[in-house]
Design a protein around this ligand. Structure first.
Ligand SMILES: Nc1ncnc2c1ncn2[C@@H]1O[C@H](COP(=O)(O)OP(=O)(O)OP(=O)(O)O)[C@@H](O)[C@H]1O
Ligand SMILES: [Mg+2]
Length: 371
């Protein structure tokens, strides 16, 4: 697949540390539509790399390419680039400059010269997506750290970028919001956005990424699928990282049984599936795709919701599901345990949800979907 973003021999040194580059000859290729994680310990160079992706920093040597073309660093070229690539930096205070939440979210669309109605639509939509619609008129200075992070994300969403780059998006967020951010990211991916996340959270990287790129003290030490990286314990330790929980448990269980580690489960439901005897039948998942209104529920079992549209409709109807967050996983856990479940999902993410349910087959259980 073609690289949408790429660096070639990218080297960068901060002014005060010219002899000790923070990025040293980094060549990394990001494929369009691939869930990509830049993984590395504190100080590995993740944020420094991200500042290069939309031209905030200019390489000392080497280059950055977007859709095969080297970045140009003129004011006009950068302004065009930033309509396509949006970087949400690690610290929201570096990103939020406006006095109120709505002004901050409106900043990008206004810069892009949008009509007032469209700006209004984008403010509402983006604040809703990050769960901050009730804070629209609040001074940004009065927000908590996690709330400022959400506003910074809303600002990026409002520009509807082709590539969304999130530096430590879940750090400092409560567990529910962290899951909501990942859910939101999945919606964006289904809509065709390429998403790149930086983190040192190995569990997040392992459960989410199609591809990881690992930085160690400014050098790229690995690019590829997550499993081969973590199979090399020495490499993992040298990069200042630990093994993901699911990877570790799978390793121990399969070692006890004398079975191969592959296929590698990435979620609890996949793990459970692999560990349970084949004879137990799985429950069914009734999948209810939702567009504008909530259809009648004709299924048995606990109910989960997935997607911001469904979430809004449930709230408006005063309905409370059993599984509010991470619902695909919860419904799969029900099914693997032999119980039926009902999953309402946004029409836009239906294909991704089906793919995830079908993936259970490789772990030994076929979960039937009823539509
Ligand atoms: N403004 C700066 N001046 C000098 N050195 C810096 C500056 N910012 C970062 N560095 C150094 O550059 C290296 C890479 O830092 P960077 O912030 O990119 O790491 P990171 O992987 O994002 O770390 P973290 O996980 O803590 O966010 C570190 O050694 C850091 O000390
Ligand atoms: Mg950082």
């Amino acid at each position: 697949m073609a690289n949408i973003l790429e660096t070639r021999d990218l080297t960068y040194a901060y002014t005060s540390r010219q002899e000790d580059p923070s990025l040293d000859s980094v060549s990394v290729g990001i494929s369009e539509g691939v869930r990509t994680v830049i993984l590395g310990a504190n100080g590995a160079g993740k944020s420094t790399l991200f500042y290069h992706f939309n031209g905030i920093f200019k390489p000392k040597s080497g280059e950055v390419l977007y859709r095969g073309k080297p970045l140009e660093y003129t004011r006009e070229a950068l302004s065009v680039l930033r309509n396509e690539i949006s970087v949400v930096v690690q610290n929201p205070d570096e990103q939020i400059f406006s006095a109120t939440v709505e002004e901050d979210v409106a900043f990008g669309p206004m810069n892009m010269g949008m009509e007032r109605d469209e700006i209004e639509r984008r403010i509402q939509h983006s604040l809703f997506k990050v769960g901050m619609e009730d804070y629209r008129y609040r001074p940004t200075i009065q927000l908590s750290y996690g709330q400022r992070k959400r506003v910074a994300l809303a600002g990026a969403l409002a520009t509807d970028p082709k590539v969304l780059i999130l530096d430590e998006p879940t750090a400092g967020l409560d567990p529910q919001m962290s899951q909501e951010v990942i859910e939101l990211v999945e919606e964006l991916i289904s809509a065709g956005t390429t998403v790149i996340i930086s983190t040192h959270d190995v569990d997040l990287a392992y459960s989410w990424a199609d591809e990881i790129h690992v930085l160690r003290r400014g050098k790229l030490v690995y690019s590829g699928k997550p499993e081969p990286f973590f199979e090399d314990r020495v490499q993992t330790a040298l990069a200042g990282l630990v093994l993901p929980h699911t990877f570790s448990v799978n390793h121990s269980v399969q070692a006890i049984r004398g079975l191969p580690e592959a296929p590698f489960p990435r979620t609890n439901s996949q793990m459970l599936c692999k560990m349970l005897p084949d004879c137990d039948a799985a429950g069914k998942i009734r999948l209810i795709p939702v567009s504008d209104s909530l259809p009648e529920c004709a299924g048995e079992g606990r109910v989960g919701i997935y997607g911001s549209n469904v979430r809004r409709l449930f709230r408006a109807a005063g309905m409370t599901p059993d599984f509010h967050f991470n619902a695909v996983e919860h419904c799969l856990m029900e099914a693997v345990s032999g119980r039926d479940a009902v999953l309402y999902c946004d029409e836009s993410v239906r294909a991704a949800v089906l793919e995830r349910i079908q993936s259970m087959e490789q772990f030994g259980k076929c979960v039937e979907v009823v539509m």
